[in-house]
Design a protein around this ligand. Structure first.
Ligand code: ZN
Length: 468
């Protein structure tokens, strides 16, 4: 994600999202009840215990004039314990029916997004099962947490860390990745975009049905559906990877910038290893959205997006989408890398920018500004995930690079990204990994940059070539 005011400014520093974290609830003592949350330190009720989702097959019909959504989602999962009852996360339209293994199931909706399901027959550990949920009603969600309406009358889904629950039930946690298929029906004059390969686009009578397949595992907030009067751009990378991008009516001017996508992917691949997905592209909306978002294989770009934001969101395909956080306190793995790549590495390698000069200038400006240092990079706190990682994250990685030297830094981050491909990683793991790559003791450096809320000492602030 990159906020419109993502760089450090008075406005940026004030951008602290309101949070609605619900305190963890004690689960019933019943050992056959899957837990209703996974205890993320920021969002304890996100995700659910007792099963592992392996595939989502989402069928929706959306009618732009009435904003009505009809959905039928099939979840394939494997029970990891005996289950009499388990939860899904969903806060979309009213539910008419839930079945488990094709038998009617009892269900109840609680709190912000808990859907409690009790199958007719208990589920046995290690066995696969399917859940089908039918629902219909008007779309819900405000800016940043679900559905967003577009000027043409279309709509799309965007939000981090929550948004998927507004359109399909799921295990909404970075820890449970699954493959994803979408079948979307809209009035035939509308177009549909989503993640992965577009495998069908058929007009039948008044309806258009479009199917997408995301064949690599994906997390909820990285899935999207967008319905608009799109124009498309098809490209192909030199290695054959197909690129499909869409532009809302007032976003057509972005087409020229999107022509650089193959070049951006080549640039990232050299840094971080093979592009993780089998297709790529972008969705350029024309709604006054305050953020762009790294939705998997196809980021959503707000109208103010310039090339640096495209580089940022494409970096997330490695840092955030393929390698994902274990907990939201690990957010620096996503945003520090996306910001460093877009703000330092691209300008340095593509435009010959003096990045040491840029680093020193930034510090000269903000070293004595306490607000600049007030949120730690690792574990910044709930509601503060999207603050310092943007403006101090790049400084941290640049200082780390000058501490380790290019010969260690670049192979190391390449190795880390690939070691966690399609998986999860944490900041503590990243710190341990970095220490394993050098004989220098990094303890002081990493604590000063990642844990403290004051400027690091000069030895950590100006290592290597930064010492003037
Ligand atoms: Zn970002």
């Amino acid at each position: 994600m990159r906020h419109r005011w993502g760089r450090y400014t008075a406005v940026g520093a004030a951008l602290v999202a309101f949070t609605s974290a619900v305190p963890a609830q004690a689960d019933p003592a019943d050992p056959f009840t899957g837990s209703s949350g996974l205890g993320d330190p920021y969002y304890p009720m996100d995700g659910n215990g007792g099963y592992d989702a392996t595939h989502y097959d989402v069928t929706i019909a959306y009618d732009p004039p009435t904003q009505q959504l009809r959905g039928s989602t099939r979840i394939e999962a494997v029970a990891t314990q005996a289950l009499r009852t388990f939860n899904l996360d969903f806060n979309g339209p009213p539910i008419s029916k839930v079945t488990v293994n094709n038998l009617p199931a009892w269900f109840d909706r609680r709190d912000e997004h808990e859907l409690v399901v009790t199958p007719t027959l208990p589920l046995l550990p290690g066995l696969a099962f399917t859940v089908q949920v039918e629902y219909a009603g008007p779309v819900t969600g405000s800016d940043g947490e679900g559905w967003v309406l577009s000027p043409s009358g279309g709509a799309f889904v965007a939000g981090e860390p929550h948004s998927a629950t507004s359109w399909y039930p799921l295990n909404d946690t970075p820890l449970d990745k699954a493959t994803f298929t979408l079948h979307a029906t809209v009035p035939q004059e509308w177009e549909v975009m989503s993640n992965g390969s577009k495998v069908r686009d058929v007009v039948q009578g008044p309806d258009r049905t479009v199917d997408f397949e995301m064949r690599q595992p994906v997390i909820g907030y990285l899935t999207t559906v967008a319905v608009d009067r799109f124009e498309f751009l098809e490209q192909r990378r030199a290695n054959g990877t197909p690129l499909l991008s869409a532009f809302a009516p007032d976003a057509l001017q972005a087409k020229e910038m999107e022509l650089r996508l193959p070049e951006i992917l080549d640039f990232q691949e050299e840094l971080y290893g093979p592009y993780p997905f089998d297709v790529a592209g972008g969705i350029y909306v024309d709604t006054e959205l305050q953020f762009s978002l790294e939705t998997q294989s196809r980021p959503i770009y707000a109208p103010w997006t310039e090339l640096d934001t495209v580089v940022h969101e494409i970096t997330h395909q490695w840092w955030g989408d393929s390698l994902s956080v274990k907990q939201w306190s690990d957010i620096c793995l996503n945003e520090c890398f996306a910001s460093y790549t877009a703000d330092y590495l691209w300008p340095e390698r593509k435009e010959g920018a003096d990045v040491d000069g840029q680093y020193r200038e930034t510090l000269a400006k903000y070293r004595d500004d306490p607000k600049f240092w007030e949120n730690a990079l690792q574990n910044p706190g709930v509601g503060k995930e999207f603050t310092s990682v943007y403006y101090r994250g790049p400084l941290f990685l640049h200082a780390l690079r000058r501490t380790l030297g290019d010969a260690i830094f670049f192979p190391a981050i390449h190795e880390f990204a690939n070691a966690h491909r399609y998986g999860n990683a944490s900041m503590p793991e990243f710190r341990k990994f970095l220490q394993s790559k050098t004989t220098q003791d990094l303890t002081g450096f990493l604590a000063a940059w990642l844990d403290r809320t004051e400027p690091p000492a000069d030895e950590y602030l100006y290592p290597g070539s930064l010492r003037s």
